[in-house]
Each structure stands twice: as structure tokens, then as C-alpha cells.
Write a protein that binds this ligand. Structure first.
Ligand SMILES: NC(=O)c1ccc[n+]([C@@H]2O[C@H](COP(=O)([O-])OP(=O)(O)OC[C@H]3O[C@@H](n4cnc5c(N)ncnc54)[C@H](O)[C@@H]3O)[C@@H](O)[C@H]2O)c1
Ligand SMILES: O=c1ccn([C@@H]2O[C@H](COP(=O)(O)OP(=O)(O)O[C@H]3O[C@H](CO)[C@@H](O)[C@H](O)[C@H]3O)[C@@H](O)[C@H]2O)c(=O)[nH]1
Length: 440
């Protein structure tokens, strides 16, 4: 099948590469000329494990190409995937401006009957709107079908998730369109769930909202554990043994970030509002998350009284490991709060530093290793559980930090062991240890 993929971000590029890997001929379009140049040379503009190797292999096989030119991409295309961003507007709703521009461009450039597949996360009803926009701009006398095919990959494991996902959702109102998109996806060998367009659109928002709810729920439980002397790791292990609850996605931490949960929960709350069906639960989930992002700073203030003049090492800046994405990373809130408290901040991230520089306060300094960050600092906070950060030993923290006090937002260490090694260790939903240590 000849496929055009519009937008080459985390979703578009991974989708395009994966579709070419299973045998389709794919042309990816992006308006960012620099990106297109890089991708043509087999270089991925984003950090995503395994992606670049697949890109190179399929460019060599002649099944994958990149362009900024719609004419070129639509010369042969029978199917057009839309994978541009749907960021959050100031009022919390989804911004459909990129979708609108793309739908109009597709309309102007299609040469034959075409199925337009929306991969982007869009509010219920958007695919109908997309069809209207495409049809309004048609030059050729062709038929347009639309299909909702929401994406469920996670950043940092996007390639793996695409080939090993739990399901592929296809929402269509025409049997022909549903069958064609199913056939395209059969080689992935994953369960395919077919439904109508509105339900497919809702499956995506409902899934993200449910996962966000799980995280805020467990974070609330962890804060209670903190107060009442229980241990969140033991609690979630015990909860997760109930198959109805499941043992995944129960890690307490410093709140969810990233390019999806924050904006998608907000968009669903707004969608519910517009439908006259306020989503109280999801509002609470979002409020809990905002509070949770500030937890480590609150703990540090409680421990030190004032943070004025203290230097804090922030270890891990990306919103999760194995990505260079800084969108809605908790590190942004934490760095801002620390600076407001009069602290100096030195950040370290193995991959996301360049992106971090664009969004963290200008006053933040950057280190090239956990050692350099910690040796400059009074105490440290672990924000992202990158492998190289988890590989730092407790002995090293003890040797490097001026005051061996560690605030661990990802529960990477054993609290008793930390105290044994001479560290005062504050983590999430577990008792603080090493409080009796005499620190300088
Ligand atoms: N990032 C994820 O993990 C993820 C997972 C599932 C779903 N989604 C959804 O997928 C969509 C895309 O997300 P993303 O993170 O890949 O976005 P992104 O911001 O990383 O990438 C969007 C790309 O589209 C390009 N673009 C914008 N306008 C264009 C146009 N007119 N023509 C061609 N290209 C254009 C941009 O230059 C950019 O490269 C969003 O709706 C998001 O909610 C994202
Ligand atoms: O038990 C957990 C799991 C995750 N997180 C945090 O939640 C955020 C999101 O993590 P994750 O879901 O792994 O990454 P994303 O790439 O944002 O993926 C989510 O958002 C995508 C975009 O819609 C969806 O496609 C995915 O299915 C969905 O998991 C990160 O800040 C994590 O640190 C926790 O705090 N505890």
C-alpha cells in the first residue's frame, strides 16, 4: 500500500517507519525543512530507542522517504495518516489548528480515492470535521473516507510498543475503510478492535484519563502512607496481586508529565463541560497531580527550613527515562519552585539537556554527569529514573554531596540501606531514613 504520513513527531515518524518495516511504501511529510533533511539522511530528529536503525534499513530498501512537499507525497498515496500535534489551548481544550491546516492541504493534494486516518489524539467529533475540511478543499473528483486510529505508544519505548502493543483501534463508519486499514495493520500481528469513529476517539481519551487517574490515586495513597507509617511499595505490590487491579502503572512519584496525560485530561474535562456532563473525578486527578509535582520541594523546605542559598542537584530532567521530551516535565515546576525559594539549581540529564535549556528557568546550570552535578550541590533530588542515575551508588552520593541528603522522587533505593550508608533519605510514600545521622 502507498501511504503518506503527515507530521513526523514521536507518533508520525514511528508510525511511518513501522508501516515501512511491515512492507508498505511510506512517504512522510513535515513542514520543518531541517527535520526533513536530517531524516532523508537516516537521522532521527527525536531520541527514541531503536528508531534510527529501522529508519536507515527502510530508506535503503526504498520503502521510506521524507519530503516537505505534499504534491510529492500524494502522487501515489492511497491512504493519508494525520499525526500532527493537538496541544492544549489556554482554555484547556485541544488546539486543532494543525489538524485543520493538514486536512485542508490533504484536500488540495489528493489525486485519487483516499482514506484519511487520524492518528493524532482528537476530541470526539473531530474526524467528522476533518472529512468536511478535506472535502471542501478537493480539486479532484474523488471519494474521501475518514478513519480514527488512535495511537497508544509511550515515548521512550515507542518502537517496541508499536510492534508489541495491546491493541490497534480502528474507528470507521464505512466497511471498506475499516477493512482497508485493518489489512494495512494485519502484519503487526496485534489484536485489532473495530468500532465506530466516535467510540474510537473516546477510547483514546478514556484510556489516558484512566491511566492518569491510576497515577494520581496511587500518589494520594503514597502521601497517606507517608503520614501513617505504611510503605507504598508494599501497598502497591499487595494491591497489584488482585488481577482486577493489575500490577502495572502503580508507581508513586512526582506526578505525571509528558505531552499526553496533562493535555488529554484537560481536553476531556473541557469536552465533558461542553457536553453538560462535568467530569469531577478527572478534575480532582489533575489537581492532585499539580500538588504532587511540588512534593519534593515541600519536603526539602520542611527538612532545611529555608532553601535560600542552597545548591540543589536535579538528577534527570526529562518527564520520563529514555526520551529527550521535556513537555510538562515535573522538573520544570520543581526548578521554578526551588529558584523562587532562593536556591541555586544544577541539572543533569543524559539526553534531554538541550531541550531542557529551552524550557527551564535561565538561572539553571547544567552538568555533564551525576557526579559533576552532585559535587557542586548541597543536596540532590532524583526526578527521572534513567539507568545511569539509578546506577549511582549510595556510597557515591555520600562522597559527592556536601550534605548527604537525597530526595528521591522515583523510589530508586532501599531506605534502610541508604541510612546504613550514611545518607538521609527522603522518598515517596516510605518512611524517611537516616534522620538520626549527624550531618554537616
Ligand atoms: N507523543 C506521544 O507519545 C503520543 C502518543 C500517542 C498519541 N499522541 C498524539 O499524537 C499527536 C502527535 O503527537 P507528537 O508528540 O508526535 O507531536 P510532535 O509535536 O512531536 O510532532 C508533530 C509534527 O508535526 C509537524 N507538523 C505540524 N504542522 C504540519 C503540517 N501542516 N504539515 C506537516 N507537518 C506538520 C511538526 O513539524 C512536527 O514535526 C498528538 O495529537 C498527540 O496527542 C502522541
Ligand atoms: O506508574 C507510573 C507510570 C507513569 N508515571 C508517569 O506518567 C507519565 C507518563 O508516562 P508514560 O505513560 O509511560 O509515558 P507517555 O509517553 O506519556 O505515554 C502515555 O501517553 C501516550 C500519549 O497519549 C499514550 O499513547 C500512552 O499509552 C500513555 O502511556 C510520566 O511522567 C511517568 O513518570 C508515573 O508516575 N507512575
Amino acid at each position: 500500500m502507498n501511504i503518506a504520513v503527515v507530521g513526523t513527531g514521536y507518533v508520525g515518524l514511528v508510525t511511518g517507519v513501522a508501516l515501512s518495516e511491515i512492507g508498505h511504501h511510506v512517504t512522510c511529510i513535515d513542514i520543518d525543512i531541517e527535520k526533513v533533511k536530517r531524516m532523508k539522511q537516516g537521522k532521527s530528529p527525536i531520541y527514541e530507542p531503536g528508531l534510527e536503525d529501522l529508519m536507515k534499513a527502510n530508506i535503503e530498501r526504498g520503502r521510506l522517504d521524507f519530503t516537505k512537499c505534499y504534491e510529492e507525497a500524494f502522487a501515489e498515496a492511497e491512504v493519508a495518516y494525520i499525526a500532527v500535534g493537538t496541544p492544549e489551548k489556554a482554555d484547556g481544550t485541544a488546539d486543532l489548528r494543525f489538524i485543520e491546516v493538514v486536512a485542508e492541504s490533504i484536500g488540495r493534494h489528493v489525486q485519487r480515492d483516499t482514506i484519511v486516518v487520524t492518528k493524532s489524539t482528537v476530541p470526539v467529533g473531530t474526524n467528522d470535521y476533518v472529512r468536511q475540511l478535506v472535502e471542501k478543499n478537493l480539486f479532484e473528483n474523488v471519494n474521501i473516507d475518514v478513519v480514527s486510529n488512535p495511537e497508544f505508544l509511550r515515548e521512550g519505548s515507542a518502537v517496541h510498543d508499536t510492534f508489541h502493543g495491546d491493541r490497534i483501534v480502528i474507528g470507521a463508519n464505512s466497511q471498506h475503510a475499516a477493512d482497508t486499514i485493518e489489512q494495512i495493520n494485519v502484519p503487526f500481528g496485534l489484536p485489532i478492535y473495530k468500532t465506530d469513529i466516535q467510540s474510537a476517539e473516546m477510547i483514546k481519551y478514556a484510556s489516558n484519563a484512566f491511566l492518569a487517574t491510576k497515577i494520581s490515586f496511587v500518589n494520594e495513597i503514597s502521601n497517606l502512607c507517608d503520614k501513617l507509617g505504611a510503605n507504598i511499595e508494599d501497598v502497591t505490590a499487595g494491591m497489584g496481586m488482585d488481577a482486577r487491579i493489575g500490577n502495572k502503572f502503580l508507581n508513586a512519584g512526582i506526578g505525571y508529565g509528558g505531552s499526553c496525560f496533562p493535555k488529554d485530561t484537560s481536553a476531556l474535562v473541557q469536552l465533558a463541560e461542553q457536553a453538560g456532563q462535568p467530569f469531577e473525578l478527572l478534575r480532582a486527578v489533575m489537581n492532585v497531580n499539580e500538588k504532587q509535582k511540588r512534593l519534593l520541594v515541600e519536603k526539602a523546605k520542611e527538612r532545611f527550613g529555608s532553601l535560600q542559598g542552597k545548591t540543589v542537584a536535579l538528577l534527570g530532567l526529562a518527564f520520563k527515562p529514555n526520551t529527550d521530551d521535556m513537555r510538562e516535565a515535573a522538573s520544570i515546576t520543581i526548578a521554578q519552585e526551588l529558584i523562587l525559594e532562593g536556591a541555586n539549581v544544577i541539572g543533569y540529564d543524559p539526553i534531554a539537556t538541550e531541550n531542557a535549556k529551552k524550557v527551564l528557568p535561565g538561572a539553571v546550570a547544567y552538568a555533564d554527569s551525576p557526579e559533576e552535578a552532585c559535587k557542586t550541590a548541597d543536596f540532590a533530588m532524583i526526578l527521572t529514573e534513567w539507568d545511569d542515575i539509578q546506577a549511582v551508588s549510595l556510597e557515591e552520593y555520600k562522597a559527592w554531596l556536601k550534605e548527604p541528603v537525597l530526595f528521591d522522587g522515583r523510589n530508586c533505593y532501599n531506605p534502610a540501606e541508604a541510612a546504613e550508608k550514611g545518607i538521609q533519605y527522603h522518598s515517596i510514600g516510605r518512611q524517611t531514613t537516616g534522620t538520626d545521622l549527624v550531618l554537616q
